[in-house]
Design a protein around this ligand. Structure first.
Ligand SMILES: [Zn+2]
Length: 483
């Protein structure tokens, strides 16, 4: 019988974000211990359910859950949460071990107070506890910043490969299968890593300039008979030493081949890095396009600079301000997070007209400031829905009690929690038919493309001021210093 410990500790850190990642933030998303993990994550197509899908079918595997902690992307994780995660996993090892293998879902771009390389430190602690011989397999986000410490203390680390991240469940399955093969003696995994010191903008993986690197990875993998050859994109707002892109190669017992393959692919990416730049549509051009008749409705605007899925406060007002200045109608925006505005609407009641200073409270310099609006309270919703499409499919989303406002013919969802509406279900759950709008605005950089791409006439990525400007050059131009 193979005894396997599994768990997860995941948060993407934007070191500049004013949004705290304290215990409260984790309690809102996931702060689960032991057996409750099974029940709490039912129905979600995530990495851990990928592990379970493979391992629960094996009669020779005994599974021990440890913890599953996650918070929305935000500032550095508080010291108490990091300590709680580390000691909780160590305690499960001490009380229920020894284990034959460990499966962990981490992000890879987590920064904690006093732990700039949070995943590296966590893996080192686990490695010290269990020794060198027990395999530790780790699933990572595509945006992981891979460090030498992470590589030194994990047996195999695999980032997902798609952006939008629609392959998390498959990634979990793949890692569990490889761990099983290792335990059964059918695989002797050897991992090599090569960093690419390039800070890439947020880059959808179906765009041609990056597709060619994935094709090259496939060629090298086949030629060298590798088990895996994967590219981590890195996450520049984490702002830690050594961040950027990286290549991870896994071979069956052949260190040199894995090392050479990782270096070959990393060199090719470095040489071709100029192709991995993006251009963004200016806001007025994007709004002109929506009304030009050249593309069918709805046109979806991705305001990635305030993406709560990258640490944004989710309350900037740039797009709505311009829409109202231009006297446009027929747009729908989800969401602006402003709990005080929700309360004012509640006090006023359904069908009432309210005058409010909406959003923009997070930061006067970047947010655009509060927007003075006069609107009708159309309806109240509980803000809870389940994603329907492939990106984070099945995930139960909670944007908190929310209100739909009609502001001069535009529907604006005001929420009481930050929420990246990356699934069209976010609009439907608020009584808004996304397919009947002219323009949809979401605070999402890339993930929205999967769900909205099914029916949108065009998807337009913006790069406005905000804590999550999707490009390192634009980020720097806003006054952020990337070390
Ligand atoms: Zn990611």
């Amino acid at each position: 019988m193979y005894k396997i410990l599994f768990g997860g500790f995941s948060q993407e850190t934007n070191s500049f974000s004013p949004v705290p990642a304290d215990r409260n933030a984790f309690e809102k998303r996931r702060l689960f211990f032991g057996e409750e993990i099974f029940e709490k994550i039912q129905g979600e197509e995530n990495e851990v359910n990928g592990y379970l899908d493979v391992l629960q079918k094996c009669s020779d595997v005994s599974l021990t859950p440890s913890i599953m902690f996650s918070a929305g992307p935000s500032g550095p994780v508080s010291r108490d949460v990091y300590d709680l995660a580390e000691i909780s996993i160590l305690n499960v090892i001490r009380e229920n071990g020894p284990f034959d293998g460990i499966l962990l879902n981490l992000h890879g771009a987590m920064v904690a107070q006093d732990h700039p390389d949070a995943e590296g430190d966590l893996l080192q602690s686990l490695r010290l506890e269990i020794g060198r011989d027990i395999p530790i397999f780790v699933t990572l986000d595509l945006h992981a910043n891979i460090t030498q410490k992470m590589v030194d203390n994990a047996t195999v680390m695999l980032p997902c490969e798609k952006y939008p991240h629609t392959d998390c469940f498959e990634l979990g399955k793949r890692s569990a299968e490889l761990l099983l093969k290792t335990l059964r003696g059918d695989l002797k995994p050897v991992m090599a890593f090569a960093s690419v010191p390039y800070l890439m903008p947020l880059f959808p993986t179906d765009l041609p300039p990056i597709v060619r690197f994935y094709q090259l990875a496939d060629e090298i993998k086949r030629k060298c008979s590798l088990v895996e050859l994967r590219i981590a994109h890195g996450f520049f707002p984490a702002n830690i030493p050594g961040m950027g892109m990286a290549v991870l190669a896994v071979s069956n017992g052949d260190k040199q081949t894995a090392t050479d393959a990782a270096k070959t692919l990393a060199s090719a990416i470095w040489e071709g890095r100029e192709s991995l730049k993006r251009t963004y549509t200016p806001l007025d051009d994007a709004l002109d396009l929506t009304m030009s008749g050249r593309v069918k409705w709805p046109v979806v605007l991705g305001d990635g600079s305030d993406n709560p899925g990258a640490g944004g406060p989710c309350d900037t007002t740039h797009v709505l301000r311009r829409i109202l200045q231009r006297r446009m109608q027929g747009t729908a925006l989800a969401v602006i997070c402003d709990p005080k505005a929700v309360q004012i609407c509640k006090n006023a009641g359904k069908d009432a007209y309210v005058q409010i200073a909406l959003g923009g409270h997070s930061d006067a310099r970047l947010s655009g400031g509060p927007l003075s609006v006069y609107g009708k309270v159309v309806r109240f919703v509980d803000g809870i829905y389940r994603n329907r499409d492939e990106m984070e499919k099945g995930l139960l989303v909670n944007m908190g009690p929310s209100v739909v406002l009609d502001i001069s013919g535009n529907l604006v969802v005001v929420s009481s929690e930050r929420c990246q509406v990356l699934d069209a279900e976010g609009f439907r759950s608020c009584g808004i038919d996304p397919e009947k709008q002219k323009v949809l605005i979401v605070k999402s950089a890339v993930h929205y493309r999967q769900s909205f791409g099914k029916f949108a006439g065009a998807l337009v990525d913006l790069a406005l001021p905000g804590y999550c400007a999707p490009d390192p050059d634009i980020f720097r131009s806003l006054g952020f210093h990337l070390g």
